[in-house]
Design a protein around this ligand. Sequence first.
Ligand SMILES: [Fe+2]
Ligand SMILES: [Fe+2]
Length: 396
Amino acid sequence: MRIAVYGGSFNPPHDGHVEAAKIAVKELQADRLIIIPAARPPHKEQAEGSPSAPERLELARLAFGPLANAEVSDIEIQRGGISYTVDTLEELKRIYPDDELVLLIGTDMLMSFESWKNYRRIFELSSLAAFPRKHDEVTEIRKLRSYFAEKYGATIYEIGLIPTEVTSTDLRSMFRNRDGNNLLPRGVYSEIIRNRWYGAQPNLEWLRENSFIYLDEKRIPHVKGCEQEAVRLAERWGADRGLAAEAGILHDITKKLNGPEQLILCEEYGIITDVDEKRNSKLLHSKTGAAFARDKFGICDEVYSAIWWHTTGRENMTLLEKIIYIADYIEPTRVFEGVDELRRLAYDDIDSALIKGLQMSIEELERRDYVPHMNSVNALNWLMEHKKDKKPQGGE
Ligand SMILES: [Fe+2]
Ligand SMILES: [Fe+2]
């Protein structure tokens, strides 16, 4: 049996890795593929915010799991310490004494091969298969092939060009810029965002696609409107546009759930509910929404609290909380008497817009015989107090 062995940091595993593995298995006609994430690769520091070794193992399982005859092995992670290939091959040879092991490596690795620990022993334990990423690497590989064959009697196979558009290093900086989602195997990007590894910020198109599945179809225009409005308000008032967009996209994520379902989520996330919320379970979607959004999409505290307070407001609201509260109120699909005045005010003096919005919703609740939530009353009083001490903002 011929076994292809593919080791690396896989930090994170991406489409280029999976493609390389597929091509190698096919060209080598390998019967089996073993993927081995390194515990600690030699001469390589892990990038900041990287997942732990067991977490990288799980990512590799998500990435390579769907490949036929592939296995993601934890032998290097179990062994711990610096992961030297020679130790791994010794271990594999003990498990597969009669089989041919073929170690897959990139051209750059082949070039520095004589600096690897015990590389002569590697040649005894396995064959090598080198895959070029660019055309000029093909010539390089051919030269090295005959050099290693002559000098050490090594067997080195040559694999066709691997179309790798991106490296893990490129990807990590793409993640920080809300990009890179299309270059990863299914499930890997979700996990990166859920855990916010590498300082990743979600791609907004991806976030819409993956969060709108929780919404009633009829609510989608409202949510899209809220996102647009929140981004415009963030630009006007100097808040982070990306965080405003995230909060807008996610603010009603649990709105579809009914009262008992809301209470189940409260239980699950350890959310303590008050009397008003028990009476009017509609209010709960902001709290469950914040917790659910954090669970699924790893939102930061700022976005979490903007979602948490978006139905009632509160004393000492942050700028992002104000933006989401008011964006929810005035987004383009909203139609009610006074909305245009509120829209004008939101861009002129956001605190006055909040005061007006809170007054209107408190009046509306009273008209329908609901007791306004204490937090809304507190928010209103706090804003009025605050306004007295402050010169008016903006102006015409
Ligand atoms: Fe809402
Ligand atoms: Fe909403």
